[in-house]
Design a protein around this ligand. Structure first.
Ligand SMILES: [Zn+2]
Length: 183
């Protein structure tokens, strides 16, 4: 850490000196007879789609960007430092980056949090902030009483419904919302 000093204009060459901010993604959902909602393949390949904002010019990138835990890109001037996401702002051309905290795996969203926001992941950002999240991709969850695994939960329509044969109950995930906050 460098005590948070900013080197305006040298941000690219001294990328690693841009202050690091830890952001936490929280989600909220209505779970029906299920628990432990999480990306189906989080450890390596799950692609999180985030909306990204440049901290230098405050421009928000028009498209959601894909970020996963496996891909690593070297940051400029970073002395072999890498990040999971390296982005050059199309407006001010500054480079910024984000990196998953390897010690903090994604936390499944539990039925205990039903209808309330709960943190699912932490990511370290330099020069950018994430401001949105699109839960596209395949998620999984588990029957609350039955323990039945539902390995293909698709939230791209905003909700998912199925049937748990063990308990003979409908299961579902709906009303998914997300927000970012400082960790
Ligand atoms: Zn910018």
């Amino acid at each position: 850490m460098d005590g948070g000093r900013q080197h305006v204009g040298k941000a690219d060459r001294y990328h690693f000196r841009i202050p690091m901010v830890k952001l936490c993604l929280e989600i909220k959902a209505e779970l029906e007879n299920v628990t432990d909602l999480a990306p189906a393949s989080d450890k390596v390949t799950f692609e999180y789609f985030f909306q990204v904002k440049c901290n230098s010019c405050h421009e928000v990138h028009p498209k959601f960007v894909g970020v996963n835990r496996e891909d690593k890109t070297e940051v400029s001037g970073g002395k072999n430092a890498t990040a999971n996401f390296v982005w050059r702002c199309g407006w001010c051309k500054r480079e910024s980056s984000a990196k998953f905290d390897e010690k903090s795996p994604t936390i499944p969203y539990s039925a205990d949090a039903n209808g309330q926001f709960a943190p699912i992941l932490t990511i370290e950002c330099r020069g950018l902030e994430f401001v949105g999240f699109d839960p596209r991709g395949i998620w999984r969850c588990v029957g609350l009483e039955s323990g039945t695994t539902f390995p293909e939960v698709d939230l791209s329509d905003g909700e998912w419904v199925d049937y748990d044969e063990k308990t003979e109950l409908p299961v579902g995930v709906s009303a998914i919302e997300s927000r970012w906050r400082r960790a």
